[in-house]
Structures are given as structure tokens and as C-alpha cells.
Design a protein around this ligand. Sequence first.
Ligand code: ADP
Ligand code: MG
Length: 608
Amino acid sequence: MSTFQELGLNDDLLHAITDLGFEKPSEVQEKAIPILLNSETDLVALAQTGTGKTAAFGFPMLAKIDVNSRTTQGLILSPTRELCLQITNEMKQYGKYCKGLNVVAIYGGSSITDQAREVKRGAQIIVATPGRMKDMISRRLVDISKIQYSVLDEADEMLNMGFKEDITDILSHTPEDKNTWLFSATMPREVARIAKKFMDNPQEITVGNKNESTSNVTHEYYLVNSRDRYQALKRLADANPDIFSVVFCRTKRDTQKVAENLIEDGYSAGALHGDLSQNQRDLVMQSFRKNQIQMLVATDVAARGIDVDDITHVINYQLPDEIETYTHRSGRTGRAGKNGISMVIVSKSEVRKIKSIERIIKREFEKKEVPDGMEICEVQLMSLANKIHNTEVNHEIDKYLTSINEMFEETSKEELIKKFFSVEFTRFYNYYQKSKNLNVAEGSRDREGGREGGRDFGGNSNSTRYFINVGEKDGFDWMKLKDFLKDQLQLGRDDVFKVEVKESFSFFNTENETKDKVLAFFTDFKHEGRFVNVEVSENRGGGRRNDRRGGGGRRDDKRGGGRRSDDRKGGSGSRSDRRRSNEGGGSSRRSDSDSGGGKFAGARRSRR
Ligand code: ADP
Ligand code: MG
């Protein structure tokens, strides 16, 4: 490991580096700086975000330009205004002892004449976003015909954002013999093409593993029972009212199902997978780009190349089969200099995969708890309060206010605030007050798995075990019976579990919340001409034969004590009908206890 001094930087720069507190060069700096200082060459450098790329091109550029000339000699293109300002700021700090240096930022959304004036004063280095740069060139407000060094920073992002033509156009105004330095986190084909087109035999450096994850993405996992996946997903969404996310599922079917369920539960969600027509996919992507969809549920294949910035969360509803796929998924967030969170909903049987992913992406996951109902109520309430606080008054409302004001003449501000927020809070509260804890302790035994395993259903379990009078002789095995029950009861993939098929009868479990529904459904149900009878079993899933029907198999009717799925129906209904319009046709009679969550999730449809 060398020092900055050994890399050949001059005293002015070394002095600034000391001030900045950089002790030693980062890897990309160590590799790039000597090359750029000591030769006139084009360069392609691949390194992840946060590895110090700015200084890797910034120091050499500062060392090489002539501060005594007022000619623009260096041009740095970067994808966003934020990055542009960030780079400008860094360059000014790096060059603070370079007397006469003038670094100017050019970006949209700010006065073009002010920027032109600054350039005119003599900018040796211009840091620009492509759009504004092109604009300034066409208005002849900048002259880049004498630049010697051009940098394409975050080249992959610039291409993702559709700046290819602008870049081509801009570079056509620069001298042939300049040097081009391209910095990028990844090397998609587009970037390679750009490199080929604009660069002359570039030297190449790569830092780190190409699968390594970017540093501005944090990785979290949530350990739940497999059948609680969907509830966990909704809680995560509810706990992040401004979420703008891609939810990854493994199969097209799950993708469609999860999206349908979310829509039905009132979330602004959409599905993206290969069974949709191109037109349908375009429409979904359009809505997503416009932020009209907060949760895009997608397969890996369909989501390839999603170039949407600002994605706040990637949610791995299921882990991918290939660990590398995880890198691609999580790379959908934390783009263009923003921070992102990649969440994994993981069951006990997959939790070891987290360790393998950590090894490959070289980042640690944080184990987090699925938020409980009251936390979510609080988050939602504060989010609402914030929204109200920041709302601009629409004066169309004025004409209606007289009668409303009259109504509240006697109400104090405190009182009014209380009442106003109670409208929302009661809804959240009613829905969530009885919600269960979805978290599974890491050391606990795995309670899932379809067939045998269930010896750990203690009396304190949240699930109910049933006896059903069909079995192998009716053509069922555990998978077929599980599918049959799921279809008949219109339950989700993980809602029927511990299915155990015997010759002429079987057992299965559902959540306690589903008990009434299951029992009601099978009170008068015929399958292939025969009455199918379902009763609550005393068998806890341990498979001891004699406990199957107790004395005569009375249905132990403790319904009053069980947690009932319709607890939530209370005051939470009003919103759902408004959202029917975007319903994906899912008509399932859902029973899971969390399904009311969307009732208020829908209230936060618009993100900005
Ligand atoms: P990248 O462009 O690769 O994403 P940046 O150039 O923005 O990374 O650098 C990331 C952060 O690291 C910045 O805050 C920068 O000041 C700091 N930094 C850069 N080089 C060094 C170094 N050699 N030692 C310590 N900090 C550094
Ligand atoms: Mg950078």
C-alpha cells in the first residue's frame, strides 16, 4: 500500500489531502492516479460507489491542468445535479491550494445565465450534467473546444438515464486528441460500446469483485415463518409509508399472486412478469416510473434493466436461487448517489443463505424485527401529521369552509387535532391492535415444512389443527390436499400447512384466525358427491394416531375465544371501495389477519 506522496502528487494536493484527513489512497486511487499522472491515455475504471473515484480522477486532473490559463481544460460529466454539485465541491476542496483554480458546476434547474457568467470568468474545470451542458453548448455559453481531459463519471448511470445522445453530442465539440477517463460501477454492454466509440485503446482497471454490492445499500433480513411472508411484506410496507419499491418473487405465479393480493388489500401495487403482454408490461412500468405504483412486484427476468431511480427499497419476498441474482436485485436501489435498503423476508430453512450472500457481496446483513402493529400505527400517524403539516392549502376548499367552521366553532384546537387524527388512528389501531408478532427467534425450531416434521406444535401455537375425512384413498397426497384446501378456501400459498395425509383421513393446520372460515366453509361441502367433514383436531401435529378424534370427534368449539378474522372489520371499511378500480380481478376471500392493512395503506397512495 503506497502513500499519496508515492503516487506522485504535488505538494498543493498533498497539503489538501492532509487537511481532508485522507490517510492513504483507496484501491481505485492507487491504481488510477499513477496511470493518469504519468501518461496521456484513455482509461476505463470500474469501481463501486463509495470507493473514492472522484479523487481518482480529480487529483490527476488538478495536477495536470494549468491554473494560470483561463481556458477550460477539463470537463467532468455526471448523471445528476446532486452528483454534479458533490463532485464540484470535492474538486474545490482537493484544489484549495491550487492558486487561481476555478471549478464551475453546470446543471439544470438553476439559472443558466449565472452559470454562464461563472464560466466566463475562466473555469479551468467544468463539472456538468449532460442536459444542461448540451444546452449551454448550443447557446455558445461554454467553449470546450480546447479541453484536454474529459471524465465520464458514473457512466453506467448516465446511459441508464438516457444521456447517450447528449454525451455523444457534447463530446463531438471536444478535440480529438483529448484523453477520456470513464468511471463506472458496472460495465454493461452500453458502457463498453461508449468506451469503444469514444476512447482510443484505453487502459483498464477494475477494483473489487464485480458482484460486490454498492455501499449505499444497506441489507436487512426479517426472519418469519414461511406462511407469514405475506403479512410480513405488508407490515414492512406499512412501516414505510413513502416506500417506492421492487418486490422480487421467484416465480411468475407468485409474482402475480402477491401483486393481486396487495392490490386487493389496498396497496398501490403492480405485477411485472413474462406472462404479461408487452403492452401490459409497458403500462405497469409507466405507472411505476410516474410513482403511481409504490410496489412493483416482479420476477428477476422481467425486472432486468429497470432503470428507475429513487427506488427506496428492494424487497426479496423470496430469496433467489442464484446468489448473484441478489446483487442484481439489490442494485435496483441506492442508485444515482441515493441510499437504498434491500430487505429479505426469510424463513428458518433459508436463513443460512444469508451467510452465503454476505460472503459474496462482502456486506453484512442486519437482522431486523418485523415491526409490530403499534409501531406501525405510530409511523403512519406521524407520517400523516407530517403530510398535513407540509400540505399546501388548495383554495378551492375555501367556499366550503364556512359551514365546516360553524360546525367546529366550539371546538378547541387541541380537541380538533385529537378528533382529526383519531379518524385515522382508530382505523390503524382497530386493525393492528390484535396483530401477532411475526418474528421467529433465530434459535427456535423450524415450524414449517409441509409434510411430517410437525412435532413442535405446542399448545401455545397460533395455529389450529384440523381433521378432514379425506385421504389417500380419495387420491390425495399432502401436496394435492394442500392445493385443494388452498383453492377451496382461497388461501395463500403458506396459509395451509402441516398437511399430513393418511389412508382415509388427513390433518392440516391454518392460523387460528382462519378457523371460523374453515369450519364454516366445510359445514355443507361436497367433494365428488361425498360430504367432506372438517373438525378441529386435538392432534397437535405430533402424529400420534389415537388422538385423532378424541371421544367421538366433537368439534371443540371455542370460537368465542379464538382470534377472529373479522376483528378488523370495525371501522376500517370505508376506503376499500374507492380502490376497486385498479383491482386486478383477484376475488379471493382472504382471511389472513393482516389483510386489512391495506385499508389504510391505500391512503398513502401518492408518494409525493
Ligand atoms: P465514488 O465516486 O467512488 O462513489 P467518492 O469519490 O464520492 O466515491 O468518495 C466517497 C467518500 O470517500 C467521499 O466522502 C470522499 O471524500 C472519501 N474519500 C475518498 N478518498 C478517500 C481516501 N483516500 N481516504 C479517505 N476518504 C476518502
Ligand atoms: Mg462518484
